[in-house]
Design a protein around this ligand. Structure first.
Ligand SMILES: Cc1cc2nc3c(=O)[nH]c(=O)nc-3n(C[C@H](O)[C@H](O)[C@H](O)COP(=O)(O)OP(=O)(O)OC[C@H]3O[C@@H](n4cnc5c(N)ncnc54)[C@H](O)[C@@H]3O)c2cc1C
Length: 393
């Protein structure tokens, strides 16, 4: 891969072929882009390591990837009635990681101008020169690639206001599972302990199959071993301790970066989770990544530079910050906050808020629903009282 000429080796280098890198590369393949693209990815093979959910109408541009969808979702505490939500014309949709990876890889494979370098890590990035002809040198374990544009989607250790740590199993049981197959348990059995809030996330995939996840919101990332033990206890409590485990998924999502996001070197754009794709208050990123990939591919195809994720609008950013600060300050009241939102904000408005499409009336309902004093106290930005830590990348 080491080249000696003064011309760039590639128009674009994409570092990392996960959700963001593959989405962009597949978009460029689909648009029959004329750009020479190199994609660098340490993985040799892909597994069904995660799934992505989001709200959309039944038919949309990713419909053929949707493995399952539901017309209802639920919030519940440890006691008291559950809040059941439905919105006409909207479904909660589930894309399996392996289906997304397979289709993106097929599209890239069919494009002569896009080369995927599997089993390869990028190490250093060095800007070469200045001005419109400047290049970026991308060091890899097998040599250097020089490119006009670089998109860097490598996970980065970013300190955050809160961490969403979760682990889940897709299980198959010989008996019918104790879940309503038409409804997702979005935040079930919400409760708190000294570690912060925890809840169960349940996606019933058939009467006998489900993805069950155990999630914690806390000021420090929770080790996987603790989450796994808690998930096992929850499965035993539900009488599912003997169910067959088909696959596992899990992660730690930083919620609300502390301070400004790192500035990328000239010619380099950070994208994906570490480039601002994650919605601070929810940890949803998949649709935001798709929107970014669409916009970035269009900008590149028009001959412009690569673009990053859009800046969070002021109102959304402020409300997310106030919400995360309130959760940090009063972890024991977090279930009450979520149940207040699930009760006081109409389901369509809450989905719009979670999907970056809130209207002013939705924000008003949100503010009216939440308890006033703890939230008014958080209007002024507060430095975290506990030293933030970075998620292990
Ligand atoms: C288990 C799980 C479930 C999730 N579920 C949802 C959901 O339901 N809905 C939603 O909206 N969001 C969800 N998210 C959040 C978000 O959508 C995902 O994290 C998404 O994968 C982020 O995409 P990404 O490209 O930023 O990161 P990744 O998909 O993690 O891709 C990063 C890539 O960089 C590669 N890389 C690492 N080091 C190097 C290196 N040195 N050189 C080159 N490449 C490198 C990695 O191998 C990887 O392929 C989930 C996250 C996880 C972890």
């Amino acid at each position: 891969m080491t080249r000696l000429s003064s011309l760039p080796d590639a128009d674009l280098v994409i570092i990392g072929a996960g959700a963001a890198g593959l989405s962009l590369a597949a978009r460029l393949a689909r648009s029959h882009s004329h750009l020479q693209v190199d994609v660098i990815e340490p993985r040799l093979t892909y597994t069904d390591d995660r799934s992505w959910c989001f709200w959309r109408p039944p038919h949309h541009d990713l419909s053929d990837l949707v493995a399952h969808s539901w017309d209802g979702w639920r919030f519940s505490g440890e006691t008291g009635p559950a809040r059941h939500h439905r919105v006409a014309g909207l479904r909660y949709q589930y894309v399996r990681g392996i289906d997304f990876y397979t289709r993106a890889l097929e599209r890239i494979d069919g494009a002569d101008n896009i080369r995927l370098h599997s089993g390869l890590q990028a190490t250093e990035l060095t800007p070469l020169g200045t001005g419109t002809d400047a290049l970026v040198s991308v060091e890899t374990e097998r040599g250097t690639i020089r490119a006009r544009h670089v998109i860097d989607t490598r996970p980065r250790a970013l300190p955050a206001m809160l961490y969403q740590s979760f682990t889940g199993v897709e299980i198959e049981s010989a008996r019918a599972l104790p879940f309503d197959v038409n409804e997702v348990g979005l935040m079930d059995s919400m409760a708190t302990d000294e570690g912060g809030m925890h809840f169960r996330y349940t996606l019933p995939l058939s009467p006998t199959r489900a993805l069950v996840e155990w999630t914690r919101f806390s000021t420090t990332p929770v080790p996987a071993a603790i989450l796994t033990a808690e998930l096992e206890a929850e499965l035993n409590r539900l009488g599912l301790g003997d169910a067959r485990v088909i696959r596992r998924e899990g992660g730690i999502l930083p919620m609300g970066a502390i301070g400004a996001l790192p500035v990328s070197p000239p010619g380099v754009v950070f994208a994906g989770n570490s480039g601002g794709a994650l919605r601070p208050a929810s940890g949803y990123a998949f649709l935001r990544i798709q929107a970014w990939a669409r916009a970035c591919a269009a900008a590149l195809d028009e001959g412009g530079p690569a673009i990053g994720h859009p800046t969070e609008p002021w109102l959304r950013r402020s409300l997310d910050r106030i919400f995360l600060q309130a959760v940090r300050a009063n972890p024991e009241r977090t279930p009450e906050y979520f149940l207040a939102l699930a009760t006081g904000v109409p389901p369509a408005g809450l989905v719009r808020f979670l999907s970056d499409a809130a209207r002013l009336t939705d924000y008003a309902r949100l503010i009216i629903s939440l308890p006033k004093i703890p939230f008014l106290r958080q209007v002024v930005p507060q430095p975290p009282s506990v030293q933030p830590v970075a998620v292990p990348a």
